[in-house]
Design a protein around this ligand. Structure first.
Ligand SMILES: NC(=O)c1ccc[n+]([C@@H]2O[C@H](COP(=O)([O-])OP(=O)(O)OC[C@H]3O[C@@H](n4cnc5c(N)ncnc54)[C@H](OP(=O)(O)O)[C@@H]3O)[C@@H](O)[C@H]2O)c1
Length: 364
């Protein structure tokens, strides 16, 4: 019998898309959210799913969502601010955990709890959305092609068509700007600020430039290849505004070192970007797509393999990926336990098949 899937944050923008993707794929998640009326209305619309009310300001209500062997999929973010109760509940209960974060500090939090996740016998999968599943898959495929020569990997994330961000994405991005990022250099995770460097990839659509960011690949790629000593990830959301964005990030990093400035800036951003304000419509999402690339490099910097994946809009991908992870954990179980990247959690072939079903495929 399949384990229970609890979808926490079901009434949010990404949560609702995920609930729909789960039901479309044949799962019957229990919908959890803080508003009883809104979660009940969604559950009724989706054919009469079970519901439960929980609020992260009352961690006991979140703890009571899960029992041993359950799967909790959470879209309650920003995660650095709101994520702890659901992750702690999963660790305490022995429930598999999946989240939709893209925030570097939260990704690090989950990966650094690897020993606790192993002790709890669970798979803890963070950042299981548009960022950062596609780059993990592309890197896994590039390493497969590269053979023994590869020692470093660069991944890049881009979009085609318009880029509309949800209120939740903007709120999370604002918080992420104020916290240190990280890189994987010479075989170790090192704390560095985000947007420190830029890199250009030769994609099918021409050269595209991205800014460095702390992502799940820094923890996940070394899990699948002992030979890899350096991992870099780049977000290419800024196009011609890449250089100004890099200088802006440097300025923010400088400002946040001034005593009191970080708290003040954080409070201002929280007010200006509260989250839960919706996101792009189905029609808007249909006009855009996502691109992820990975290159594996030899010790002398020569590119030994390159993989490009194209797919639909990032929000649609995120919903499909979360539905895939929830369903696979509930029916098959994980390939390993601990804080895992996507390839280590499911294996390269199963992950590639899950991503292809979501519309994310290699381009030749
Ligand atoms: N990695 C990716 O590619 C990717 C893609 C999409 C989203 N995300 C991330 O996923 C998160 C959600 O994004 P979104 O677009 O869905 O944003 P959103 O619409 O703002 O959703 C936030 C969710 O958190 C819930 N929430 C807020 N405070 C809560 C509390 N005290 N107790 C319980 N629930 C609470 C909200 O409940 P209400 O519905 O009651 O307001 C809502 O369901 C963000 O962190 C975003 O950055 C990442």
């Amino acid at each position: 019998m399949a384990a229970r899937i609890i979808l926490f944050g079901a009434t949010g923008y990404t949560g609702e898309l995920t609930a729909r993707a789960m039901v479309k794929a044949g799962s019957t998640p229990i919908l959890a959210a803080r508003s009883p009326e809104r979660v009940q209305a969604l559950a009724d619309e989706l054919g009469g799913l079970d519901t439960v009310v929980a609020d992260v300001t009352d961690p006991a209500s979140v703890r009571s969502l899960v029992d041993k062997g359950d799967v909790i999929v959470t879209t309650v973010g920003p995660f650095a601010r709101l994520g702890e109760p659901a992750f702690q509940a999963a660790l305490d209960a022995g429930a598999h955990y999946v989240d939709s974060t893209g925030e570097p500090s939260w990704i690090r939090r989950v990966f650094e709890a690897d020993a606790q996740a192993k002790n709890a016998g669970i798979a803890a999968l963070t950042a299981f959305g548009y960022d950062y599943v596609p780059g993990n898959l592309a890197a896994g495929m590039a390493l497969d092609l590269a053979g023994a020569d590869a020692v470093s990997v660069n991944v890049g994330y881009f979009f085609q068509g318009g880029f509309g961000a949800s209120g939740g994405t903007l709120a999370s991005l604002a918080g992420a700007l104020l916290t240190p990022g990280f890189e994987y250099r010479d075989g170790a995770i090192r704390t560095v600020r985000g947007a420190k460097a830029e890199h250009t990839f030769a994609t099918q659509g021409g050269p595209r430039v991205g800014l460095s960011i702390g992502s799940s690949e820094h923890f996940a790629i070394p899990q699948i290849s002992d030979a890899i000593t350096d991992v870099n990830a780049y977000l290419g959301w800024f196009g011609p505004r890449t250089a100004p964005a890099r200088y802006g990030a440097a300025a923010v990093a400088g400002i946040t070192k001034i005593p009191g400035a970080k708290a003040l800036l954080g409070a201002g951003l929280k007010k200006a970007l509260p989250g839960s304000t919706g996101g792009p419509s189905t029609a808007e999402r249909a006009k855009s797509g996502s691109v992820a690339v990975a290159e594996a490099l030899a010790a002398d910097g020569t590119q030994v393999s390159f993989v490009e994946l194209n797919g639909p809009n990032g929000y649609d991908l995120t919903a499909e990926f979360l539905a895939f992870a929830g369903r696979t954990l509930a029916t098959v179980g994980p390939a390993n336990t601990g804080s895992l990247g996507p390839v280590k959690a499911f294996g390269l072939d199963a992950l590639a098949a899950g991503c292809a079903a979501a519309g994310l495929k290699p381009v030749s």
